[in-house]
Ligand binder design. Structure first.
Ligand SMILES: [Zn+2]
Length: 238
C-alpha cells in the first residue's frame, strides 16, 4: 500500500481486466489496471473516484471496529451510529411526548417531572426513532435488491427482538430488530437481504447462501460484525 495519496492504495496490473476498476479492501483501495492502460491514467481515475473510495473505506473500517461493550443510556454518554460513537444528550422538555432529533448527535427530549425514570423514557424514545429510521432505510435497500430475483416482502416491521436480528414469515412479512439502527448501515442491508432471500429459500442451505452472495458478495464481514458485536449491542440497550 502506498501512503503518498491520502487514501491507502495499491496498484494491481491485470492482463484479464478490460476496464480500470477500484476494489475496497480492509487495508486500502486496490486499483486494478488493464495492460493497455498507463499508471498515470489509472491514478487520475483513482483521484476522480476519491469520494467513492473514501466512503467505501470508512464503511469498511466501521465494520471492522469493535463496538464499545457498555455505556449507560444517559445524558453525556454516546450511542453507536453508522459505525461511530456519537454523543447522546438527554434533556427535559415541556411536551408530553419524548422526542429524538439527530444532527450528528442524538438529542433526546423527555417530559419534565415524569414519574417514569429517564433511562426508560430515553429508551422508548429511541425505539420510536429507530423504527422510523429503519423503515426508511429498509425501503431503499429493498428497492435496490428486490427486483433482481423478484423477492418482494409483503411488509416490513421493526420490533423489539431478544434473540434474532430478523425473520421472514410464511407470508413474506419481514421483521427486523430495532437495534439494527445502531449497527453499521451495511449490517442492516445484510440482514434485510438475508430475509429477502428466505422468500426464495426457507432454510440456510448452500443455495440460500449463494443467493445472498449474489446480492452481497462481501456479506461475510457483516455476518462477522453481528457475531462479534451482537451481544454488546443488546446489552447497551437493556
Ligand atoms: Zn436466516
Amino acid at each position: 500500500m502506498s501512503a503518498s495519496f491520502p487514501l491507502p492504495y495499491r496498484i494491481r496490473h491485470s492482463k484479464k481486466a478490460k476496464h480500470l476498476r477500484l476494489v475496497a479492501r480492509p487495508e486500502g483501495i486496490e486499483l486494478v489496471v488493464p495492460s493497455a492502460v498507463s499508471e498515470t491514467r489509472a491514478l487520475a481515475f483513482l483521484h476522480q473516484h476519491r469520494d467513492w473510495a473514501e466512503r467505501k473505506l470508512s464503511e469498511m473500517r466501521s465494520i471492522t471496529a469493535q463496538l464499545q461493550p457498555f455505556q449507560r443510556l444517559e445524558n453525556g454518554s454516546t450511542l453507536p451510529f453508522q459505525g461511530r460513537e456519537v454523543p447522546l444528550l438527554v434533556r427535559e422538555h415541556a411536551g408530553r411526548k419524548p422526542q429524538v432529533q439527530y444532527d450528528g448527535r442524538f438529542l433526546v427530549s423527555v417530559p419534565a417531572g415524569s414519574s417514569e425514570n429517564q433511562q426508560h423514557l430515553t429508551l422508548s424514545a429511541l425505539f420510536d426513532w429507530a423504527k422510523a429510521w429503519i423503515r426508511e432505510q429498509a425501503e431503499t435497500i429493498v428497492q435496490r435488491h428486490a427486483t433482481r430475483f423478484r423477492l418482494y416482502p409483503r411488509q416490513i416491521r421493526v420490533k423489539r427482538m431478544r434473540s434474532r436480528w430478523g425473520s421472514c414469515g410464511p407470508r413474506n412479512d419481514i421483521n427486523l430488530n430495532w437495534l439494527l439502527a445502531f449497527a453499521p448501515l451495511s449490517v442492516l442491508e445484510y440482514v434485510v437481504v438475508h430475509e429477502l432471500c428466505h422468500i426464495r429459500h426457507r432454510n440456510h442451505s448452500a443455495d440460500f447462501w449463494k443467493l445472498v452472495a449474489q446480492h452481497l458478495p462481501g456479506y461475510a464481514a457483516e455476518r462477522l460484525w453481528l457475531r462479534r458485536n451482537g451481544a454488546a449491542l443488546l446489552r447497551r440497550f437493556e
